[in-house]
Design a protein. Structure first.
Length: 100
């Protein structure tokens, strides 16, 4: 799984029928220091995430194992909204206390 921030929405008026009705979001993967790391990725949203939320994404074949993406041509899927990240006894992210 990869930590990422939802940075935008992706609208595609013409797409494969297999993904009709699915929400596409732009997500920015994060490094261990919670800073942006790598390129922005388009992910299928299987849980109702929104812009500004920190999420968990899976990629590759794992992206096709959610209820929303089984049998779909998915390469990245959002499957969780993050509440808290701690490492080495230090709180790196706390959704209840943004900015800390």
């Amino acid at each position: 799984m990869i930590l990422a921030d939802v940075v935008g929405t992706v609208v595609s008026s013409r797409k494969d029928p297999a993904i009709l009705g699915l929400t596409l979001l732009a997500v920015q993967p994060l490094g261990a220091d919670m800073a942006p790391s790598g390129a922005v990725v388009v992910a299928i949203d299987s849980i109702g995430a929104g812009i500004g939320e920190r999420v968990l994404i899976v990629s590759g074949s794992s992206a096709r194992y959610t209820a929303a993406t089984t049998g779909k041509p998915a390469d990245a899927t959002i499957l969780g909204i993050v509440d808290l990240v701690e490492s080495g006894g230090k709180r790196l992210y706390d959704n209840a206390r943004p900015g800390r």
